[in-house]
Design a protein around this ligand. Structure first.
Ligand code: FDA
Length: 503
């Protein structure tokens, strides 16, 4: 096959890929972005680009015939998931042996499907996780740069206190307060001014119409509207969609050679393409980048990759759970899909937990308080290449999930005790499953900064090869991760453009 030459290639168009693409384009470097998902900008026959969580169709999930929503059941009933036709939809759930991981697929990666929570970790924990990174510079330069570019904003507190759409959050705040726990407002990239117009009935509804994990038709400042729009605006960046990079190697002249499968909307491979480039930036996310590099090392394509490639992976301590409120503590039939409050018990050194107060918009009163707990689980796993099957496996075990569960349980037992309430047993499948211990939203690690790379994401063993995504984060960051991933990518690009690409 013919080889397409680019000066720089970026694999993936999530946070890490989008930052790389913009900064390369601004530096005048001809850049090609290869993204396995679709460009989500064309309305379907219903006039909408994305479908809602209440009426999922083929656009919801990546090549599935039935949706696989985080909440498997309601009142133990299989009412949540729906049959759909197979199609390159926007949300994927990648199944490893003991852990499945939700990821976004499309131009914008996770930004298309996530809850938009734009949280900066406490500085001391950042410094603990990244001892070789100058935290002052991160908090003085790169976090502010990332937040500004991402369009981070905060909810108007007066509106929050009065609107029916956040009753669920106020009810959860009250329950936490009864246990002596602090809650904190969390910024978001969803435009809260737009959300207020939705509530007033002056703009089409999105966050107020159960849209989130299968995409938002309005209001959300996803990467296609921020970094990637700016990247394309430089005139130096091109994005190819529905092209999955399957291998990376190096030619004799030192250029990188990539193989990519171009698929159609049935998933059939219609062409296998070869690309070559001088500079290669990996932004396929923790799973995508780790898989590519582990395979490259262990098949001998890039044999000098460090032995720590694939290691240091964690779930950010994710555990989901629900509590049942008393009949007088209603959560409301109307719930906005963008979380804005967290229970912040991270400073509790015995049991550090930051729990996002999550919505459960079902269109009727259900008295459920839902949470995504982020725990300081120290457990880590590795990706390994299985030569027999040619696949990359993840060595995470149920015992490692149990560590997150016991930390979340300690916190929520306190809340239940103080409020004389109980857990919900009907949400995650099985007869009495309280804690969702088998999936996560925050895959982190696999190519950890300062171990598998230098302190700026330059991959050890190979020059002009960089990692810019969540695989740099060592398994846990204590809060929702995308602002950190974006800020680290900004830091890498500033350094690389200053030192590595000068003519
Ligand atoms: P990301 O996963 O964003 O992007 C990787 C891209 O590369 C994808 O588009 C993928 O298709 C593509 N790709 C992968 N392999 C490839 C290959 N071989 N070839 C071509 N393309 C390839 N975080 C947060 O901070 N606040 C929040 O509120 C939430 N909420 C949330 C909800 C849900 C449902 C999910 C799934 C996730 C979140 N997150 C979140 C997590 C957040 O979205 C996540 O941490 C980031 O998207 C990770 O950014 P990356 O750049 O690492 O990869």
């Amino acid at each position: 096959a013919a080889v397409d030459n680019s000066l720089a290639i970026v694999v993936g168009s999530g946070y890490g890929g989008a930052v790389a693409a913009l900064r390369l384009g601004q530096a005048g470097i001809r850049t090609l972005v290869l993204e396995m998902g679709q460009l989500w900008n064309t309305a379907g026959s219903d006039g909408k680009v994305f479908c809602s969580t209440s009426a999922p169709d083929q656009r919801s999930m990546w090549f599935r015939t039935r949706t696989e929503a985080p909440l498997a059941t309601f009142l133990w009933l299989d009412v949540v998931n729906k049959d759909i036709s197979s199609y390159p939809g926007v949300l994927d759930r990648v199944h490893y042996d003991n852990m499945s991981v939700y990821v976004g697929r499309g131009v914008g990666g996770g930004s298309l499907v996530n809850g938009g929570m734009a949280v900066t970790p406490v500085k001391s924990y950042f410094a603990e996780q990244f001892p070789t990174v100058d935290a002052d510079e991160m908090y003085g330069t790169y976090y502010p740069r990332a937040r500004a570019m991402l369009g981070v904003n905060t909810i108007d507190p007066g509106w929050f206190e009065s609107t029916e759409w956040y009753r669920f959050a106020r009810t959860s705040r009250k329950a936490a307060g009864n246990a002596g726990l602090q809650t904190t407002f969390v910024p978001n990239v969803y435009d809260f001014g737009y959300m207020q117009q939705e509530a007033a009935g002056t703009a089409p509804r999105s966050a107020l119409a159960a849209e989130v994990i299968y995409g938002n038709n309005h209001g959300k400042r996803s990467l296609d509207k921020t970094y990637l729009a700016a990247a394309l605006g430089t005139g130096n960046v091109t994005i190819h969609t529905l092209e999955k990079v399957t291998s990376v190697s190096r030619a004799a002249d030192g250029s990188y050679v990539l193989t990519a499968d171009r698929i159609d909307t049935t998933g059939a491979v219609v062409e296998t393409r070869s690309y070559s480039c001088t500079y290669l930036f990996l932004g396929g996310g923790s799973l995508g980048t780790s898989e590519l590099l582990v395979r490259a090392r262990d098949t001998g394509a890039l044999p000098d990759l460090d032995s720590t490639v694939g290691a240091g992976w964690g779930t950010n301590g994710n555990t989901m759970l629900g509590r049942a409120n008393h009949i007088w503590d209603t959560v409301g039939a109307n719930q906005a899909t963008m979380p804005v409050l967290g229970i912040d018990d991270w400073a509790n050194t015995d049991n550090p937990v930051f729990a996002e107060i999550a919505p459960l918009p079902m269109g009727f009163e259900h008295w459920v308080s839902l949470y995504l707990a982020i725990t300081k689980n120290p457990e880590r796993a590795s990706f390994t290449y299985d030569s027999a099957s040619g696949t990359v496996k993840l060595g995470w075990t149920p015992a490692q999930s149990a560590v997150s569960v016991s930390m979340a349980k300690k916190l929520f037992d306190r809340i239940n005790l103080a409020n004389a309430t109980i857990y919900r047993y009907d949400l995650f499948g099985g007869a009495s499953k309280v804690f969702a211990d088998d999936f996560c939203y925050h895959p982190l690690g696999g190519c950890v900064l300062g171990r598998a790379t230098d302190d700026y994401g330059r991959v050890k063993g190979y020059d002009r090869l960089y990692v810019t995504d969540g695989s740099l984060v060592p398994g846990n960051i204590g809060v929702n991760p995308f602002v950190t991933i974006t800020a680290l990518a900004e830091r890498t690009m500033a350094r690389v453009l200053a030192e590595d690409t000068a003519p």
